[in-house]
Design a protein around this ligand. Structure first.
Ligand code: HEC
Length: 189
């Protein structure tokens, strides 16, 4: 009798714990999604501002310097580490995906090829003592100026890109493809 009671209590506790985990995970997914959505519009606004004032080639430093600076500011405010990754990197010093990110990027490409909307592709997962969230960044018309096929890139842009990124792989994209992803992680108890 005592044994059964103990077993029932144990079972009950683990069930409760499991439910709590699911509730936490849903909240973490929601939080990660919210934080991830802060960076792209801010970056896009700065990019457009710089393209208007100094041309496309003059806007390249925005991606280079401002993106990590903005990501750092968001990390300080929210506790989520945030970076951009890609299967075809422009800046291989920053944007090479780790195994989890690579698997997610490959999955996103497959799902986009199967006609899922690239803007909706995301994944959240608890891994060890971290929660990780990743969201696809689809290629929009503006992106083609710096990530498109040769005919979309101006000669000035090509020149600046070659100087800053001699091993650039991030060209040749077309609209709607997945350029990379925004990847977040946060420690959890
Ligand atoms: C003015 C040129 C320019 C435009 C327009 C532009 N990018 Fe970039 N992008 C860059 C540069 C330069 C880098 C390298 C940044 C660095 O050094 O970290 C980069 C890097 C990235 C990265 C990080 C991964 C990597 O390969 O290094 C992603 C993801 C990305 N861009 C997505 C986009 C998307 C999506 C758009 C359109 C919404 C876009 N970019 C528009 C110039 C541009």
């Amino acid at each position: 009798m005592k044994k059964t009671l103990m077993l029932a209590t144990l079972l009950g506790t683990s069930l409760l714990l499991t439910c709590a985990t699911y509730a936490d995970d849903a909240a973490l997914l929601e939080e990660g999604r919210k934080v991830a959505m802060e960076l792209p519009p801010k970056l896009l606004a700065k990019l457009q501002e710089n393209i208007a004032s100094s041309g496309l080639e003059g806007a390249i430093p925005v991606c280079k310097d401002l993106a990590p600076k903005m990501a750092g500011a968001i990390a300080q405010q929210t506790g989520w580490k945030i970076k951009r990754v890609s299967l075809k990197t422009r800046n291989s010093a920053r944007a090479v995906p780790d195994a989890w990110e690579k698997a997610a990027l490959e999955e996103f490409d497959q799902r986009a090829a199967a006609a899922e909307s690239p803007a909706k592709l995301e994944k959240g997962e608890r891994i060890g003592n971290e929660y990780r969230y990743i969201k696809a960044l689809p290629v929009q018309p503006l992106c083609l100026n710096c990530h498109g096929p040769a005919e979309n890139l101006g000669t000035a842009v090509q020149e600046v890109l070659k100087n800053h990124y001699p091993d650039d792989q991030a060209v040749g994209y077309s609209e709607g493809q997945i350029r990379g992803a925004i990847s977040l992680r946060k420690p959890i108890e």
